[in-house]
Write a protein that binds this ligand. Structure first.
Ligand code: TRP
Length: 400
C-alpha cells in the first residue's frame, strides 16, 4: 500500500478523512504535513506552465493561486496527452444537503475548466448510497437530494455532449458492479481500517462502500462510454479529504489491469469564522450558500468573516492587516478573477491603507455576483436536462 494514516504519531494532532477534517489543537490544517503523510506531490510553477502550454490557455485562478495544490501522477496524464492520448475526468458529490455552499462548487468550477481546456469526457458520481450509509436520511431523501444537487452541478456549465452524471442507486450494476467486486476482493479488512479508520462499532455498510467510489476510476465501469478504450487514463479533481478512497484505488488498479487514477487535489475552503478546517453544514453562518440572498451575503460577510485587521483604525493604519488569517482576503483569492486587483488589495490592506470594511465590501460584490450568476443558471436547468445528463448513452463527440 502507499503510505496510510494508520501508524503515524502525528495523526492524533491533525485529522483529515473523508468524514472529518480538523487541524491540530483546533488550528489551521498543515498542508505540507498532509502531502508528506498522504504521499502526494505539490503542484509547482513548471507543472502549471506545462498545463498552460498543452491547453493554450491561461491556467485557472484555482491553479495559479494554489487552491489545487497537490497531485498524483498528473505528469503521466500530461505526458500521454502530449502524445495524443486523451483521458477522462471523474469527480463526484455526496448529496447530503439541499443547498450547496461555495466550498462545494469549487471542484465543479475547476472540473468545468479542465473539461473545456483539455476537451475530454467527464463522469460525475452522486453517492446517494454513501450519504444513506453515513447520515440519518432515508434512501428516498438521498435520491431526491442527488437529483437536486445534479441541477446545481449542471448549472456550473458542463457540456452535455461530454458529461455523464449518475447516481449510485440508479447506476450500480453490470460492469460497474463487476469492478466493485474485483476491488473488494483485493482490499483486506485491516487495510480498510488503516486507510479509513473504521472501528468495530461501524456497520458493515460503511466498510463495503469504498469500492463504489473507487471504480469510476476504471473506464470499463462505463461500457456505454469507453468500450474498447480500457487503457484510457482517469484524472480525478477533488478536495484532498477524498485522497484515502483513491489511495486504496491506486493500490488495486494495476493488480486488475488498469492505470492508477491520477489526482489533482484542492485545499479546503475555509469557514467564515476562520481557517480551521472545512465549513460545517450544521452552522449556516459558517458558509455562504448558493441560495443566500444578496442581503444574507452582506450580513454574513460583515458579521462573521474573520478579519485580520487591527482593533482600531489608528493601529490598523500603523500596522496593517494580518493577511495570513484574514478571511475576506482568503475568499477574494479564491473568487476574484483579476490578479492585478487582488495584488493591489493585498498590498494596500496589508500596509494599513485599506480598511477591513472596504475589503469586505468588495468581497460582498464578488460573492453576490457569483451567487446570482449561479442562481440564474440553476433556474434554467429543467427536469428534462437532468434526465438527459443522467441518461445511460454513448457520447460520440466526447473527445472533440
Ligand atoms: N465522497 C464524496 C463526497 O462525499 C463524493 C464523491 C464520489 C467524490 N466520487 C468522488 C468526490 C470523486 C470527488 C471525486 O462528497
Amino acid at each position: 500500500m502507499e503510505p496510510s494514516t494508520e501508524t503515524n504519531k502525528e495523526e492524533e494532532e491533525q485529522v483529515v478523512t473523508p468524514w472529518e477534517v480538523a487541524g491540530k489543537d483546533g488550528g489551521k490544517i498543515d498542508y505540507d504535513k498532509l502531502i508528506d503523510r498522504f504521499g502526494c506531490q505539490r503542484i509547482d510553477q513548471s507543472l502549471i506552465q506545462r498545463v498552460e502550454r498543452l491547453t493554450s490557455l491561461p491556467a485557472h485562478a484555482f491553479l495559479r493561486r494554489g487552491v489545487f495544490f497537490a497531485h498524483r501522477d498528473l505528469t503521466e496524464v500530461l505526458d500521454g496527452y502530449e502524445k495524443g492520448e486523451k483521458f477522462y475526468l471523474y469527480t463526484g458529490r455526496g448529496p447530503s444537503s439541499e443547498a450547496l455552499h461555495l466550498g462545494h462548487l469549487i471542484p465543479f468550477m475547476f472540473t468545468k475548466y479542465l473539461q473545456d481546456a483539455f476537451k475530454v469526457p467527464l463522469v460525475i458520481q452522486l453517492t446517494d448510497d454513501e450519504k444513506f450509509l453515513w447520515k440519518n436520511l432515508t434512501i428516498d431523501e438521498c435520491q431526491r437530494l442527488a437529483r437536486e444537487n445534479a441541477k446545481d452541478i449542471i448549472a456550473c456549465g458542463f457540456d452535455i455532449s461530454k458529461t455523464f452524471i449518475f447516481s449510485d442507486f440508479n447506476y450500480v450494476g453490470g460492469a460497474f458492479y463487476r469492478n466493485m467486486v474485483e476491488v473488494a476482493k483485493r482490499v483486506t479488512y485491516n487495510q480498510a481500517v488503516g486507510i479509513f479508520g473504521f472501528t468495530g462499532e461501524d456497520h458493515i455498510g460503511k466498510v463495503s462502500f469504498p469500492p463504489v467510489q473507487a471504480v469510476p476510476s476504471f473506464p470499463s465501469s462505463f461500457p456505454h462510454l469507453f468500450s474498447g478504450k480500457e487503457n484510457l487514463r482517469c484524472l480525478i479533481p477533488c478536495a484532498i479529504d477524498q485522497d484515502p478512497y483513491f489511495r486504496m484505488t491506486r493500490d488495486v488498479a494495476p493488480r486488475i489491469g488498469y492505470h492508477k487514477p491520477a489526482l489533482i487535489e484542492s485545499l479546503f475552503f475555509p469557514a467564515l469564522q476562520g481557517e480551521t478546517g472545512k465549513m460545517s453544514a450544521s452552522d449556516p453562518n459558517s458558509a455562504i450558500y448558493v441560495t443566500d440572498s444578496a442581503k444574507d451575503i452582506k450580513n454574513k460577510v460583515n458579521r462573521h468573516a474573520f478579519s485580520g485587521g487591527q482593533d482600531s483604525v489608528e493601529k490598523h493604519r500603523q500596522l496593517g492587516a494580518n493577511l495570513e488569517v484574514d478571511i475576506p482576503v482568503k475568499y477574494l483569492s479564491f473568487f476574484l478573477e483579476d490578479d492585478a486587483e487582488l495584488e493591489h488589495i493585498k498590498e494596500e490592506y496589508g500596509a494599513g491603507r485599506m480598511l477591513t470594511g472596504e475589503v469586505k465590501q468588495r468581497l460582498v460584490q464578488v460573492l453576490t455576483e457569483l451567487v446570482e450568476r449561479h442562481r440564474a443558471a440553476r433556474a434554467n436547468v429543467t427536469e428534462e436536462m437532468v434526465d438527459a445528463f443522467m441518461a445511460v448513452r454513448p457520447l460520440p463527440h466526447m473527445f472533440d
